[in-house]
Ligand binder design. Structure first.
Ligand code: ARG
Length: 612
């Protein structure tokens, strides 16, 4: 039997291969360009877009208006000519001029079915693969001796999602956490430890003794204590200039490789990293490199010499600075400070040296920094300096900033005690809420799930909730951390999407158990059409999320797709379909939806539980 997919007219070019080259919107735009040319109209950058209102059809095109202006004709006339040409393509079921010259378009059901079928057959679900370039992603950025906090949460969640999205469009990625392990905070910490643990071998006046390695046992304290030492150090240095002076001296000593300082630094760095890696694992984030500020230490001296020699950095009041102001700056652009009079390396110094190192070692096409938007001035200064020095072109350096995580009161999130919220506590809260919610679902047979699986499920749902809440608002705006709302199974949230995905999988499982298989797609009912149309948008959404470094586009799409599926599930019986052609078509559409939803969640860094 010859089915619809095989009998597709040449012009629609819906072979599976074509899907690897073009998304639905790309295809329709090309079709519009052809129609414009056939009418003898200039090729405006006209586009076919989603209809502003569902009753107008699926799509619309407003090209007639700018053309009318240009050609000094009436928009309605132009729209009529264009409509006739578009109608010949066989792609649309309905093409009509509306109002003064709008064109409303509805895809043909047969054509849409074939597109969906080709998408189902595509291993990438139709996502167009690009010529690979190398993108280095810098995210996470935890600091030694400090627990990961709510700000690091965003960086980790957004950064990890970007890694996955970029890979999905065929980019190569290399990720690095850029640990904060070399600046003044280290001197502050060492000063505090010297006060509270003066007996430690690293403080011995005997250099050989001082250099001996320290582990947790030799230190006599663990991560909990270490995390409390830093706030005490910061408070003391803030109040007492003498303590701050001491911290500066110790930072300089560390950076000059004083054996005792190095031994202590190694021990606390290892201890911190060990605990931070647990947080990375809980969030399922992947780092190719786990380098720190300290790793570029050998590069700093030669880099400063080079900059000095070329007159790019100058001495100013004993400090070394690079003038990064540009003509036309509308904001004040202070010079970039690379060394204070004590010579110690600063945050900017290590960042600049890191750019130099990354370019030398990996030659990335782009370097993307997923860091709090409040650091935008820092990155602008560093990027300009890197460009001035010829280390990296400005256009390759991108700060993908993000807004703050807020509490329900709209202010930056704080713990009940008013402190900075730890990442592990935040995740714990969300997991607790998820556990509560899941136990309320006991009517659905939830109590039959064995306890260990239930616990895994609570973790999965809790973390999905946090990630989705973080990723579903545009990264530059802040978002409200509210476990209650994040974990509800209704509304725009992670568990809702997870649940739709689980539901599809379980239905597919039931179908398989009955020997039912997906067949040729023939979308007909309105809910089927809109679901197939949503599925077809997947490729352009992934492309746009990758271009704009905006996972929120994908999160929003996943929610809409889940909604479209739920409407379909309500309106169109699948297992209880009227005949087996309809049944197999609906199974195919469900299977496609399930795969796309799972892929969306995966790109957001969210997993799909076995059952919910
Ligand atoms: N450690 C920094 C912080 O906690 C973040 C590092 C971001 N990355 C970078 N290359 N500067 O604020």
């Amino acid at each position: 039997m010859k089915d619809a997919a095989n009998s597709s007219p040449e012009t629609t070019g819906l072979e599976q291969a074509s899907l690897t080259h073009v998304s639905l919107s790309g295809y329709l735009d090309a079709l519009l360009a052809q129609a414009l040319a056939a009418c003898g109209f200039p090729a405006e950058s006209a586009r076919v877009v989603r209809a502003g209102r569902p009753e107008w059809g699926e799509l619309q095109c407003n090209a007639a208006f700018p053309l009318a202006k240009r050609l000094k004709r009436r928009p309605a006339e132009i729209a009529t000519e264009l409509t006739a040409k578009l109608g010949e393509s066989g792609v649309f079921e309905n093409v009509a001029v509306a109002g003064a010259g709008f064109i409303n378009l509805t895809l043909s059901a047969q054509w849409l079915s074939r597109w969906a079928q080709a998408q189902l057959a595509s291993p990438d679900l139709g996502v167009v693969q690009r010529a690979p370039s190398l993108v280095m992603l810098d995210y996470g950025g935890p600091n030694v001796a400090k627990p990961l906090h709510v700000g690091h949460l965003r960086s980790l969640v957004i950064g990890e999602s970007l890694r996955r999205i970029l890979q999905a469009v065929g980019e190569q990625t290399l990720t690095d956490a850029h640990l904060g392990d070399w600046g003044l905070q280290m001197g502050m910490l060492i000063g505090q430890i010297r006060r509270e643990y003066p007996q430690l071998s690293c403080f011995s006046s005997d250099r050989a003794v001082a250099a001996s390695a320290l582990d947790e046992h030799a230190l006599g304290f663990g991560m909990e204590t270490l995390q409390n030492l830093y706030p005490r150090a910061a408070a003391a240095c803030g109040e007492d200039p003498a303590r701050m002076g001491e911290a500066r001296d110790l930072t300089a000593a560390l950076q000059a490789h004083d054996p005792g300082c190095i031994a202590l630094w190694r021990a606390v760095r290892a201890m911190s990293l060990y605990s931070q890696q647990k947080d990375f694992a809980a969030l399922d984030t992947h780092f190719d490199l786990l380098l720190g500020e300290s790793d570029v230490e050998p590069v700093i001296g030669p880099m400063l010499d080079d900059l000095r020699r070329r007159g790019l950095c100058v001495e100013s009041d004993g400090a070394l600075v690079v003038d990064v102001a540009e003509i036309g700056d509308t904001q004040p652009m202070p010079p970039l400070l690379l060394a204070k009079s004590d010579g110690a390396a600063l945050y900017a110094t290590t960042d600049l040296a890191t750019i130099l190192t990354r370019v030398r070692e990996h030659a990335p096409d782009r370097l993307v920094y997923v860091v709090d938007q409040r650091q935008s001035l820092h990155f602008e200064q560093v990027f300009r300096a890197a460009a001035l020095a010829g280390y990296c072109e400005r256009g390759r350096l991108i700060h993908a900033g993000f807004g703050t995580v807020n509490g329900v009161d709209g202010k930056p999130f704080k713990t009940r005690q008013g402190g900075v919220a730890r990442l592990s506590d935040l995740l714990g809260d969300a997991i607790d809420k998820a556990r509560e919610r899941l136990s309320e679902l006991s009517g659905d047979g939830h109590e039959r799930i064995p306890a260990p699986e239930r616990e895994r499920l609570a973790r999965s749902v809790g973390i999905a909730a946090v990630k989705f809440a973080d990723l579903s608002s545009y990264r530059m705006s802040g978002y409200v951390f509210d476990p209650e709302r994040m974990v509800s199974f209704e509304g725009r949230n992670g568990p809702y999407v997870q649940y739709a995905c689980v539901r599809i999988r379980s239905m597919m499982g039931r179908a398989e158990a009955r020997g039912l298989k997906p067949g040729t797609m023939r979308v007909a009912a309105p809910a089927e059409r809109s679901l197939a149309f949503e599925c077809a948008r997947f490729a352009e959404v992934v492309a746009s999320a990758a271009d704009l470094l905006a996972p929120n586009e994908l999160a929003e799409y996943a929610f809409q797709l889940a909604q479209a599926f739920n409407r379909f599930y309500l309106d169109c019986p699948v297992l209880a379909a009227q005949d087996c052609v309809e049944q197999r078509s609906r199974l195919a559409l469900s299977s496609l939806t399930g795969r796309i939803l799972a892929k969306c969640l995966n790109l957001l860094g969210i997993d799909v539980p076995q059952r919910m």
